[in-house]
Design a protein around this ligand. Sequence first.
Ligand code: SF4
Length: 386
Amino acid sequence: MTGVLGHETAPHEGPDPASVAALIVELQSVGLRTDAEVETRVGGAGPTDAGMLWIEGFPVTVPVRTEDARRSPYVLRHEDDGGRAIYRDGRRLASVADTRRPRYYDRTTADGVPYWKIALLHLDSMASTVVQTCNYWNTADQCRFCGIGVSLAAGSTIVKKTPEQLAEVSVAAKELDGAVDATLTTGSSTAPDRGARYVARCGRAVKDASGLPVEIQFEPPRDLAILDEVHATGGADAVGIHVETFDPQVLAHVAPGKARTGIETYFRTWERAVALWGEGRVSTYVILGMGEDPDLTVAACRRAVDIGVYPFIVPLRPVAGSLMEDWAPPPGPYSNRVYRQVAAYMSRRGMSAENAVAGCARCQACSALNAVQPLLQIGRRPGAGA
Ligand code: SF4
């Protein structure tokens, strides 16, 4: 483990940005013990099972429910003044802002569905898996890191959210809890559009009702002309089309369905999407810690950046109930190296999260990329301490 932080802080004295970046990288690797209650997200599409915190003003998701997290040297504690902070070996490392239960979770639609089953609040982003089924689920093609069927089986969501339900919840999420955008994803379908049209309709309803910027996420449609149609709905300010890993051998093992789509198909789809939505408004998840070649990964992230795609790099977050639930997140130093190389390239190409406007790349809570990137611009090394 690396990134031992340089100094402790008094309750009202902030640590320097390099220490905060190092702490985030480490927490996303080793997890966080909690003596205090934390809002968490369980199940869903993609990486989940995370506690959601504001650490020194940075939105961060960290593992809190895993065995590793229960053994983590980092612990979240209440403080005498009513605040909370992260400690290691009795040293205070960083302040944590309150993450209370969203107020809108207490509401119910006219037809009796609790709002929290329709969309969750991820820090300041309303998020929903609008269709909670995927044609790959429970087949040999199921993505091994994914938990989309877990929350459905647990009864903590409904199988399909209507545009009207999402619109209603988005207004409450904005007005009662300060949501600043909406992230709408969907399981994949066998239809030619892979579910993109429906999630775009949902996005349009959310935008019309609440005015929130929206990111929609879907798999590459079979026909790229569908992207033009999706863009024309006006239901998305940004899109996420997620290859998950650039290493073809790893992709074939962890996401066989996506591997059959093919990495070059993702690049072709991104090119068309960037032409429609603009540079930095098209993103892909890039999950670290699944056995990938890091040099190949960095090179492919640079290629994505070159065509205007934001590579949203995240460490593997093993989801309980997924096929990778027994895996561990990658070591912090490994993630840190990849973050640094890609962030430096992004800075050279003028790309940052500021262009993202909505969605995962705007929120940044699952990644330390946005905490690391400014340090490179001012010549600091995350993990170097004070
Ligand atoms: S395509 Fe993969 S990651 Fe997406 S919902 Fe289906 S199984 Fe999950």
